[in-house]
Ligand binder design. Structure first.
Ligand code: ZN
Length: 449
């Protein structure tokens, strides 16, 4: 992993702050819902997202075979609690949905504390924190609580109730499709299966929703597909239903754990040198914010499915602090009050910067390639003896002219020159205006992709 340490944070403009605040408000609405791999919490999440972007919801029946997996029964929970010997609700699902192991089967019984204890999950090394636990593919039940609370439980008989249904139903995922000039797509995917947890996972949902909303309001070269699906089996369900059209996906990103204020982390696609990998690297560099680049590994989030060997999409993973390095993840510490709206604004901005590169990257051809063309005559170079305000602009003109041989795109030029992508793009536009450069478009690049 290579780390770049530049200025500590992104400079936000007002519109970024507004978007960050809107993302946070959406997160606040989604936070209370008890999401899981399937069930009413996922559907209610999509109902709220519909206020921002029109989603198409897809239902996949329980029992459906998906590659090597089978869609599990649908889980819905109505209430759950543990009553202490004195009748008080010592553990209460209504207080926090983290208190119940996700996918717990229904139970109604009375147990001694010793009998109950194996069903109680805590974090002894962090005694004030409630862990988040799931058991999707193995039937069981259990509760999660702070270790301090466990130590305070008195001996005696405890009434245990989990009022839940685990029965054939559906897995639900949702898509938002935005058409562009081309049928070729950029796939943005995030997961929707965590209950009241803010950074992991609501940050991905709200950043994707804001990005979708912004892209809907601007002209687009590519088509965009936003996928909101429960982790692992959601992308697998989508992939199995879209095998025939995977060739249309030119670029992709998964978004996860993108709401904390740590440095951005971009994990490269399995291909390692896809356009999205280079676009993310240059865009994050140009933002001048702390970030790190990681090589692909088959460990992490849903990129594992999109980058499985027979799929191998050009898709990278964008997050902030790496999951394992962020202690609040998968605990009650990952709460709304840990999220700064400005961090969400930064994350949307970073996504837009990457998308902007994808949207505008193209190959050009220098129409005067024998020596340097005379720029001064065309008003593009400093007047004799005079200094220019921005030497970078002139440098960009010379780089674009030099590398526009049909084998390099603007992104290649920005990466190789060290100049910002925007400076390179502006230089290309100026050279086109004076007839020194021809647009070959992205597909006209002579370099084999
Ligand atoms: Zn997680």
């Amino acid at each position: 992993m290579t780390a770049t340490l530049a200025s500590p944070a992104l400079t936000l403009v007002d519109s970024d702050r507004d978007i960050g605040q809107e993302a946070y408000e959406l997160m606040r609405r989604l936070f209370p819902l008890c999401r899981s791999l399937t069930g009413a919490g996922v559907r209610a999440t999509f109902d709220i997202l519909q206020d921002y972007i029109p989603l198409v919801c897809r239902e996949v029946p329980s029992g459906t075979r998906i590659f090597d997996w089978t869609v599990p029964d649908e889980w819905n929970i109505h209430d759950a609690y543990v009553l202490a010997p004195d009748g008080t609700r010592v553990i209460d699902f209504r207080r926090s949905n983290l208190h119940v192991v996700s996918y717990s089967e229904s139970v109604r019984t009375t147990l001694s504390l010793d009998e109950l204890r194996p069903r109680l999950h805590t974090l002894p090394d962090r005694p004030d924190v409630v862990p988040y636990r799931t058991s999707y593919y193995e039937r069981t039940w259990g509760f999660c609580l702070s270790h301090r609370q466990l130590l305070e439980l008195e001996p005696g008989d405890y009434e245990v109730v989990i009022d839940a249904t685990l029965a054939p139903g559906h897995l639900t995922y949702a898509e938002f499709e935005l058409h562009g000039q081309s049928d070729e797509e950029v796939l943005i995917s995030t997961y929707v299966c965590h209950p009241s947890l803010a950074n992991d996972n609501l940050s991905g949902i709200v950043v994707a929703a804001m990005l979708a909303k912004l892209l809907a309001g601007q002209p687009r070269r590519f088509s965009y597909r936003f996928l909101f699906a429960p982790g692992t089996i959601g992308p697998l369900a989508w992939l199995s239903r879209n095998r025939e059209r995977l060739d249309l996906i030119r670029h992709g990103l998964t978004l996860s754990c993108i709401g904390d204020d740590g440095p951005f982390t971009y994990k490269r696609s399995r291909r390692g040198n896809a356009d999205i990998d280079r676009a993310a690297e240059v865009a994050l560099r140009d933002l001048g914010t702390r970030h790190q680049l990681a090589e692909f590994e088959p460990w992490g989030g849903d990129e594992r499915q999109f980058c499985s060997p027979a799929v191998n999409l050009p898709l990278g993973a964008l997050s902030r602090t790496a999951h394992a390095a962020h202690p609040p993840n998968h605990t009650s510490m990952d709460a709304l009050d840990q999220i700064d709206p400005a961090s969400l604004g930064e994350s949307v901005r970073a996504c837009r910067a990457i998308v902007d590169v994808l949207e505008t990257d193209r190959a050009c051809l220098n129409l005067s390639p024998y020596g340097e063309p005379q720029l001064g005559r065309r008003g593009l170079y400093r007047a004799a003896g005079g200094a220019v305000a921005r030497p970078e602009d002139e440098c960009a003109l010379l780089w674009v002219l030099n590398l526009s041989d049909g084998f390099h795109t603007l992104l290649d030029i920005a990466a190789r020159s060290g100049l910002t992508y925007d400076a390179v793009r502006c230089a290309a536009e100026r050279l086109e205006e004076v007839g020194l450069l021809a647009d070959l478009s992205r597909d006209g690049c002579r370099r084999s992709a």
